[in-house]
Design a protein around this ligand. Sequence first.
Ligand code: ATP
Length: 318
Amino acid sequence: MTSAIEARGLGKRYLRRWALQDCSFRIPAGVVCGLVGPNGAGKSTLLQLAGRISRPTAGSLRLLGAPAEDLSGLARIAYLAQDRPLFPRFTVEETLRLGRELNPAWDQRIAERIVRSGGLDPQACVGLLSEGQRSRVALALAFGKRPDLLLLDEPMASLDPLAAHEIGGLLMAEAAEQGTTVVMSSHQVGDVAAMCDYLVTLADGRVRLAGEIDALLSAHRIVSGVHLADGPPSWLDAHTVVETRTRGRQLTALIRVEGAIPADWQAAEPDLEEILLGCLRSPGVPSLFTATARIETGIGNGTETGIGNGIEAEEDAA
Ligand SMILES: Nc1ncnc2c1ncn2[C@@H]1O[C@H](COP(=O)(O)OP(=O)(O)OP(=O)(O)O)[C@@H](O)[C@H]1O
């Protein structure tokens, strides 16, 4: 399996604070990966490291099979920063011309299509555009580069719903037709569920969930049933319990299935939002990696568990 991103013990410290710590994971080539987590979790920091805007304080990072320090592959990676840095005095047309002159694989057709479908005047000055319009120009630059790895920091944040839908469609089409790997941070779980097939969740600078969204979903169940005794039922001990809720005699739990579920309990597959919220509300629950996301390093993310392809649970790898 080819990796688009491979992090081993990756860390980034700003002054005394670690924005990312002990991150070890893999994102396979060709996926559309959502990067999610609370404010300050380290999403932009990770994208900046992958975009070669900053350097790691610890660990190593490989991009498209080469060490991140190797700048020869720069043309294969496009990074869209959260603040959309563009030359404000350039017109839209001049901005695209700059993209064309700087990038050997430049695709004028796709860049123009993105700009045109937003109704932008090619002669408009970038500095006078609205935030959403500037986002569109920045996206046109990123797509026009025709990268193998597209790193997008909250690409939909300032786009109207119609524009977000159009750009989302373009993202998925690029990934499908060109094999482009897309890594996009987002706070919109609906966008991630609709567009992404892979997920990396960060919290407090560490990876909490990583892998194919389908596999992460099917590893979990929401179980509910009547429970009369104090405390959770003993059968739950066979599973990793993410969180529980009791209402009267009804107990509901989000679990990672590791054993049998009694027939008199209802079990349903949760949606992505339920897993994310449960995982983020329960920082003590081990991180979860699917087989394709997991990297053996000897440096861990604290306690971890794995799913798929013979990956076994691992305790305290740190
Ligand atoms: N240049 C910097 N100097 C100092 N601290 C920084 C810098 N950039 C980020 N940080 C800190 O690193 C941590 C992670 O920030 P980061 O921007 O990566 O989070 P994020 O997940 O992208 O958040 P958000 O969802 O709010 O955009 C935060 O505590 C932040 O204050």
